[in-house]
Design a protein around this ligand. Structure first.
Ligand SMILES: [Ca+2]
Ligand SMILES: [Ca+2]
Length: 252
């Protein structure tokens, strides 16, 4: 009987080894194995818009200014870079959609946008810029009106053709007059940009392609991660039992 049990143990042991080998052989992912990205793979992204913006990177929505118009704020987020990196920003000045003016149609407001990423990407006159809403036309504040151009549906797409667009114009810090949060974040080397008319152009789209990391640092590309089994396996094990909702039932 004892010999029989030992024999069974050997069979089970050998089976376990075989299963282990098979599991090891199945581990590599099709198309090569990558490690899971860490926070150390991310870079910071700092943006300041006078007055509001939304940011797309490689066709995906990455950040939306959390404050519609005022107070002026900095939006700082972590991003996982992948190159070439297509950046598309829609920025808006605080302006009434019917008059192009702000503060109950008493003022022609001015605008401005600046961005810096931790890889050295900065806004400057190399970016493309186009206005899609301008007003008050001819600076006529007595009879203010706005001229709108339809914004192309795929303005944020990687392959969008902006070859006919003009480049952005750089503005000085004095011209834009950023408020305090701007000075609490790193924007060194970045320039404020807008179209040629920082007062009347109220809805503007910027586009820029970063072909490779400006700081020259070699970074893994995690953009295809969802199609690979990362190093260490893809799952987190079986799902944990969840506590019942609402707690224990009360007696009626
Ligand atoms: Ca304006
Ligand atoms: Ca403004």
């Amino acid at each position: 009987m004892q010999r029989f049990i030992c024999g069974l143990c050997l069979v089970v042991f050998a089976s376990a080894i075989t299963v282990g080998i098979v599991a090891q052989e199945r581990k590599p992912a099709p198309g090569g194995q990558v490690r899971k990205p860490q926070m150390s793979d991310t870079i910071s992204a700092n943006m300041y818009a006078d007055n509001w913006f939304m940011l797309y990177i490689n066709g995906e929505l990455v950040a939306v200014d959390s404050i519609r118009f005022i107070p002026h704020n900095v939006v700082a987020v972590d991003i996982l870079p992948s190159y070439p990196m297509t950046i598309a920003v829609m920025a808006k000045d605080n302006a009434d959609p019917n008059t192009g003016m702000e503060y109950a149609n008493t003022n022609i407001g001015d605008a401005g946008f600046i961005l810096k990423f931790g890889d050295g990407t900065v806004t400057n006159a190399k970016w493309k810029a186009r206005s899609f809403s301008t007003g008050p036309v001819m600076r006529d504040t007595k009879n203010p009106r706005v001229e709108n151009t339809p914004i192309p549906e795929n303005w944020f797409a990687i392959g969008f053709d902006d070859s006919e667009w003009k480049t952005a114009k750089e503005y000085t810090e004095e011209q834009v007059d950023p408020k305090q949060p701007f000075f609490e974040h790193d924007f060194r080397g970045a320039r404020f940009i807008w179209t040629d008319d920082i007062e009347l152009d109220n809805t503007v789209v910027f586009r820029h392609v970063v072909p490779s990391p400006p700081d020259g640092k070699n970074r893994p590309d995690f953009s295809d991660l969802n199609n690979q089994v990362p190093d260490g396996g893809g799952g987190g094990g079986p799902p944990r039992p969840r506590p019942p909702r609402g707690g224990p039932k009360k007696p009626r």
